[in-house]
Design a protein around this ligand. Structure first.
Ligand SMILES: [Zn+2]
Length: 406
């Protein structure tokens, strides 16, 4: 199958400028030619794309596709079969919104990845962590402060997002176990969380020895560790013990941003989720203590982007939405564009996220790359709102050279 995009504007994922009047040929799933002159080759389909911008398919580096409800304690007792169907529908909606690949940082497993690869599910490509690892009383422990039943409760076999592990041997075993089950990387919780009952934001989680043990397992298996962190203290704790991608980072400071830059770590902010939790706190039934935690991280969010941009930290695009809030997956674009140049936000969701996911064949429009592309009505650098809603202004989505929308 050969598809020719004729006379399009082009955002290639890395350049600051949009190039006008470009021609792009896709053949056998790859980008075969990019030219500023008309391409003569025969094609099965020619798409006249004048006035539209061709760009790399969007990548979201922080999702939970199995989070069928924002109540993560309740999620653990939902039937796996129900959650699977909910997830399949969500993945289709993500594709409509222009996301051709996502990284699931707690919940999705090799089965989801395989179902997508085999075409059983229509949706973005997946990079998965399996269950996130967290300590007793940490951000994977949803028991609350009144329950006294034992911690792990076979969580591996529920649709919950994480499992509880304590101590170096248990951490080694759990990381190895998730990799055995097909995880692409390991996710840990290294800081208090908004949605959990017993862990203030100021608390850091796991000891340095536990984090280093998990990092050693990941690196031995040629992969890396991603960590949930908000505060400067937690980010430093995770990064200096070997974590590669720092999720959220709302309460980072200049000094710790410098450490991330020096170590070549990536940050994956997820501002839209705190905005959503704030707006929908009543509907979700967020407890007062959790609202207060959310307020803290939400207010610091935009400032954290400026701190990291100033320090030169590589920032990916993430959302971290749960349940019905997923409808706002594109909302992170406009939110970040309040303080960052739109083109930088576009790079985050394309070429930077491809680096984070270790997919050198994705995130750019260049000859030889895998043809994951979207065609948008208008110029996203001049008007970021072309990426909003449910992808109404995304005219076409292509995945591996196949048109999957439009
Ligand atoms: Zn998350």
């Amino acid at each position: 199958m050969r598809v020719l995009f004729a006379d399009c504007d082009l955002f290639d994922g890395v350049s600051d400028e949009i190039r006008r009047g470009m021609h792009v040929l896709v053949a056998d799933g790859r980008i075969a030619e990019v030219s500023d002159r008309a391409i003569r080759a025969t094609a099965d389909r020619v798409i006249a794309a004048k006035g539209r911008t061709l760009m790399p398919g969007l990548i979201d580096a922080h999702v939970h596709i199995t989070a069928a409800t924002p109540n993560l304690a309740e999620l653990e007792s939902m039937p796996v079969s129900y959650v699977s169907h909910w997830t399949a529908r969500l993945m289709g909606q993500m594709l409509e919104r222009g996301f051709t690949m996502v990284r699931d940082v707690g919940g999705a497993d090799a089965g989801h990845r395989r179902a997508q690869e085999e075409g059983l599910i229509r949706g973005p490509r997946l990079s998965v962590s399996g269950k996130a690892l967290g300590q007793t009383g940490g951000h994977t422990d949803f028991r609350g402060t009144a329950r006294t039943d034992p911690g792990d409760m076979q969580r591996r076999f529920t649709p919950g997002l994480g499992r509880v592990v304590d101590g170096v041997p248990a951490c080694l075993m759990a990381a190895r176990d998730e990799l055995r089950l097909g995880a692409d990387f390991v996710k840990i919780m290294a800081n208090g969380g908004v949605a959990t009952p017993a862990d203030p934001i100021d608390w850091i989680q796991f000891t340095p020895e536990e984090i280093r043990a998990i990092v050693a397992v990941a690196e031995a298996s040629c992969t890396y560790v991603a960590a949930h962190t908000y505060t400067a203290r937690a980010i430093e704790h995770a990064a200096t013990n070997g974590v590669r991608t720092l999720e959220h980072c709302n309460l980072i400071d200049d000094r710790v941003a410098g450490i991330l830059r020096e170590r070549g770590c990536y940050a994956v902010p997820t501002l839209i989720v705190y905005d959503c939790l704030d707006r929908h706190a009543d509907a979700i039934g967020l407890a007062p203590a959790n609202r207060e935690k959310n307020r803290k991280v939400r207010e610091a969010g935009l400032a954290s982007l400026e701190i990291m941009a100033r320090a030169g930290v590589r920032m990916g695009y993430g959302t971290d939405l749960l349940g019905g809030m997923h409808r706002e997956q594109l909302g992170e674009f406009a939110l970040r564009a309040r303080v960052l140049p739109a083109v930088e936000v576009l790079k985050s969701a394309t070429s930077v996220n491809a680096e984070i996911l270790r997919r050198p064949d994705l995130g750019r429009v260049a000859e030889g790359m895998t043809a994951d592309l979207i065609l948008v009505d208008g110029d996203p650098v001049a008007d970021i709102s072309v990426l909003s809603g449910q992808g109404e202004r995304i005219a076409l989505v292509m995945q591996g050279g196949r048109v999957v929308k439009g």
